[in-house]
Design a protein around this ligand. Structure first.
Ligand SMILES: [Zn+2]
Length: 150
């Protein structure tokens, strides 16, 4: 590739400051839930537009049926995520490019053990079946897609 040196150069600067945290959060939420926002306790679907907005923004939602408080990461491998979703995104991305945990830790200013933990956690993520096409921008508005009323 003619621009491989350029790729190498700019990829060294691909750190979390180039990414948007809410977008990274939505990326993981959609990978795990598709369009389905549900209570991890009783399985009740989240239906109010306000609760859906909270769910997709990773704010806490209260289940109408069982009163459980949960977020979109509750009951998933990301439940106790201690690093930003942007860093997790880059850990997954760089792992996919073949970088070692040590190389990733240098790029993201993380402990190697932290990178190793989240590489393993990411492997446990159960991808939602029937994920949408790559054009996900409109798909991230579940209420409009599903015609949910307030
Ligand atoms: Zn519930």
């Amino acid at each position: 590739m003619k621009n491989s040196r350029l790729f190498s150069e700019i990829s060294r600067h691909l750190t979390e400051c180039l990414l948007d945290e809410p977008a990274a959060v939505k990326c993981f939420l959609q990978a795990m839930h598709g369009y389905e926002a549900k209570c991890p306790g009783c399985g009740m679907a989240v239906t109010s537009s306000r609760a859906l907005e909270s769910f997709w923004a990773l704010r806490r939602v209260s289940c109408r049926r069982c009163n459980k408080l949960f977020s979109g990461f509750s009951g998933t491998p990301l439940q106790n995520l201690k690093i930003s979703a942007r860093k997790l995104y880059l850990i997954v991305f760089y792992t996919g490019l073949g970088l070692s945990p040590k190389e990733i830790s240098d790029r993201l200013d993380l402990q190697v053990s932290t990178v190793q933990v989240w590489v393993e956690k990411a492997k446990e993520i159960h991808l939602h079946e029937g994920l949408p096409s790559p054009d996900a921008s409109a798909a991230l508005e579940p209420s409009s897609r599903r015609g949910v009323n307030v």
